[in-house]
Design a binder for this molecule. Structure first.
Ligand code: SF4
Ligand code: SF4
Length: 175
C-alpha cells in the first residue's frame, strides 16, 4: 500500500493550492505498471479487492466528516526521494522514446496523444513520436484502440481499461 507515496503527494499538491487536506485514503485497484505486472492477473485480483466496498467506506468517512490527515514523516520523505530518483534515473530516461514501440496496427487515430497528461506524444504523418516528458502513467498503452503500443519489458500484451471511466473522461481531464 502507498507505493509512490501518493497520499503525501496529494497533501503537497493541496498545500501548494492553498488548501488543507483533512482526509485522504487509498483505493486498491489494478496496478497498470506493465513492466511489473501481468494485466490479466491484476484484473483477476479485482473481485477480491472489492473496489465498490472500498469506495463505500471512503464515502461513509466523508459523510461522517472523518478526519484522516496525512503525515509526511522522515521515512515517507525518504521513500519519496527514492521514487523520484528511480523515475528520473531509470524509468523516465529509458521508458520513453526508446522503450515505447508502436507496431503496424497503428491507424494514427491520435487517441494516445489525447489521453497523455504530459503532452508527450505527437501523431503525425510520420507516425507516433514520444518526447522526453513522460510521467509513466501508461494511459497511452492501455487506451490505444489498436493495442499498438508496446514495451520491451511488458509482462504481456493484455491491457486494462477501467470500464467506469470513459475515454472522453480521460481526455477531458487533460484539458
Ligand atoms: S492510439 Fe494507437 S492507433 Fe491511435 S495513434 Fe496512438 S498508437 Fe496509433
Ligand atoms: S505513459 Fe503517460 S505520460 Fe508517458 S507518454 Fe504515455 S500517456 Fe504520456
Amino acid at each position: 500500500m502507498g507505493v509512490g507515496e501518493a497520499l503525501a503527494h496529494a497533501k503537497l499538491a493541496t498545500e501548494t493550492a492553498g488548501l488543507r487536506l483533512d482526509y485522504a485514503n487509498l483505493i486498491r485497484m489494478v496496478d497498470n505498471y506493465l513492466p511489473g505486472f501481468e494485466m490479466q492477473n491484476q484484473m483477476d485480483t479485482l473481485p477480491g479487492k472489492n473496489v465498490e466496498g472500498q469506495l463505500e467506506r471512503v464515502c461513509r468517512d466523508i459523510r461522517g466528516r472523518v478526519s484522516r490527515p496525512v503525515a509526511i514523516t522522515p521515512a515517507v520523505k525518504a521513500k519519496m526521494a527514492m521514487y523520484k530518483k528511480m523515475l528520473a534515473d531509470r524509468i523516465l530516461k529509458k521508458d520513453t522514446a526508446q522503450h515505447y514501440l508502436v507496431n503496424d496496427q497503428c491507424t494514427r487515430c491520435g487517441v494516445c496523444a489525447k489521453v497523455c497528461p504530459a503532452d508527450n506524444i505527437a501523431v503525425t504523418e510520420a507516425g507516433v513520436q514520444f518526447c522526453d516528458r513522460c510521467e509513466v502513467c501508461y494511459a497511452c498503452l492501455h487506451n490505444c484502440p489498436q493495442n499498438a503500443i508496446h514495451m520491451k519489458q511488458e509482462q504481456s500484451t493484455v491491457r486494462f481499461r477501467n470500464e467506469q471511466v470513459s475515454l472522453r473522461d480521460i481526455i477531458d481531464a487533460n484539458n
